[in-house]
Design a protein around this ligand. Structure first.
Ligand SMILES: [Mg+2]
Ligand SMILES: [Zn+2]
Length: 243
């Protein structure tokens, strides 16, 4: 095997880098009735739009920016994951790219609280910002009023992760090895773009594993798959990927 000179680590955020799902967790903590409502509403409303609407509802109830930030900062985030990525970052040869259907505020708030605000070279996600009243305003990455993406694999209208990965590689690639960490069915489209020398660190028992088993062979998935359940196992894999 030829030595790896340039390596890219791609991270999904919810249940991958972080040990919970930001969009759901803040409502579980701050407004469980809305969390329950979202379970059925998501069948009819696009998920990013539903989270944006739910953020408006908790703002109207008087839930503050500080409460939301404290909830994010206290959301489970496994020390082994922080340790694993920090080691590779410190070695200085790996590029880090975050590709997430959460949003910029959730991700940056959590990264900063873990001392990981400089981890990623790029974060591609749904844009969000606080307004002066403390409302978190969230929009889809792909504007619903503009041209839509062409994904046929099943990405949600807010963003095609496969197209975003291709765009990143066109600008910053090529890389000798890509390592993609993900858990959800929306991580299936981007991993279809990977090559045989690339590695998927797939979290077990979730949507991505199911999709790999159902459609991986049929749709020509080439990357090597390594499974992990706890973040300490992801760290074990990362420790073998120093360059
Ligand atoms: Mg995820
Ligand atoms: Zn897609």
């Amino acid at each position: 095997m030829t030595p790896v000179q340039r390596q890219l680590f791609v991270f999904d955020f919810d249940w991958s880098l972080a040990d919970q799902d930001t969009d759901r967790y803040i409502f579980e903590v701050l407004a469980p009735d809305l969390r329950r409502y979202m379970k059925t509403a998501k069948l009819e409303v696009q998920w990013t739009d539903l989270v944006a609407q739910s953020l408006q509802k908790i703002h109207a109830r008087g839930i503050t920016r500080e409460q939301i930030e404290n909830t994010l900062i206290n959301m489970p985030f496994h020390p082994a994951m922080a340790r694993g990525v920090s080691k590779l970052k410190a070695e200085g040869k790996t590029t880090f790219f975050c590709l997430s259907n959460a949003n910029s505020v959730f991700i940056n708030t959590i990264l900063k609280s873990k001392g990981l605000e400089n981890l990623f070279d790029q974060i591609t996600t749904n844009p969000a910002e606080w307004d002066e009243s403390g409302l978190l305003k969230l929009r889809r990455k792909v504007d619903p009023n503009g041209p839509q993406h062409n994904c046929k694999v099943g990405c949600s209208p807010n963003m095609c992760k496969g197209e975003e990965l291709e765009a990143f590689l066109a600008q910053h690639g090529p890389f000798d090895r890509i390592v993609y960490t993900g858990d959800g069915s929306n991580d299936f489209c981007p991993i279809l773009r990977l090559r045989s020398q690339d590695i998927v660190c797939c979290r077990s028992y979730r949507g991505l594993e199911k999709r790999i088993n159902e459609d991986g062979q049929r749709l020509g998935l080439k990357a090597q798959i390594r499974y992990w359940a706890g973040a300490w196992e992801a760290e074990e894999i990362y420790n073998t990927l120093s360059i």
